[in-house]
Write a protein that binds this ligand. Structure first.
Ligand SMILES: [Zn+2]
Length: 262
């Protein structure tokens, strides 16, 4: 009986952590390079005082290239909210990751470090790094994770499994929304590195929006989304998300845990 209770507690803890795989452990502090937590490079994206250009490095396993619509959506949305006068571009590379089986947050960190072309703060270029590996997360209800300030993984195998029988939303729609959702965590949404004056964080799902029309809605990176949404998935930030980012950019809202400040 006790063992069952413990297993349930562990399972609910894992659910709570959800897609913010690395947020609550201290591993990043032990690494020689400070890799921060999701939201740690928010100001680096919102400001152009040092980083005038942004590269989205996408490393994918053979057969796991992201949809063109995902890359386009990501570039457009980041261009909307970040200040990058010299542009935002994606660099896509097929990669044989040195990993098999399920992925932990630590695996994502290790492989992201092993295969990146350059560090996140690279002269005048800010680089965020997305992995599209084969296989799923060790909590297989998770479709994507943000593991530190610049690194994200999106699990296409789990996305395919999450597609409902009507294919509404389709796996492509899910990949679009999950990828933008994880990058939204790199932007610090919701309340990861600040405290919003707007009441839009879901009390039961820390770090997520309570608005089902926001891409930061808590169910977006969970395998239950096929059951929760029928038809359209949110694929944009909502007014509250955008207002938070505007306040952070202007300095009206204080950002915590930043690896870089203007
Ligand atoms: Zn999330």
């Amino acid at each position: 009986m006790q063992r069952v209770v413990l297993a349930l507690m562990l399972a609910s803890l894992m659910l709570l952590q959800g897609c913010l795989g690395g947020l609550r452990d201290g591993l990043a502090d032990a690494l020689p390079e400070q890799r921060g937590k999701p939201g740690g490079l928010t100001l680096a994206c919102l400001s152009s005082s040092q980083f005038t250009e942004m590269v989205i490095e996408i490393d994918h396993a053979p057969g796991y290239a992201p949809e063109a619509s995902t890359v386009q959506l990501l570039t457009e949305r980041l261009d909307d909210v970040c200040d990058k006068p010299d542009g935002i571009r994606a660099v896509i590379t097929e990669t044989e990751f040195n990993h098999s089986g399920a992925w932990s947050a630590e695996d994502v960190r290790d492989q992201a470090l092993a295969y990146r072309e350059a560090p996140p703060m690279d002269g005048a270029t800010l680089r965020w790094h997305l992995l599209f590996p084969a296989g799923g997360y060790d909590d297989d209800s998770v479709l994507g994770v943000a593991v530190n300030a610049a690194d994200v993984a999106v699990f296409r195998d789990s996305i395919d499994d999450a597609e409902n029988i009507l294919r509404r939303p389709s796996a492509e729609d899910i990949e679009n929304s999950v990828t933008l959702h994880e990058v939204g965590h790199l932007l610090g949404l919701v309340n990861l590195v600040y405290t919003s004056p707007r009441d839009h964080e879901d009390p039961d799902h820390p770090g997520h929006s309570s608005n089902e029309d926001s891409v930061m809605y808590w169910a977006v990176d969970s395998s239950s989304l096929g059951a929760i949404f029928s038809g359209e998935l949110p694929n944009d930030f909502d007014d509250d998300d955008r207002a938070d980012l505007e306040d952070l950019a202007s300095g009206d809202l204080e950002a915590r845990d930043q690896l870089w400040r203007p």
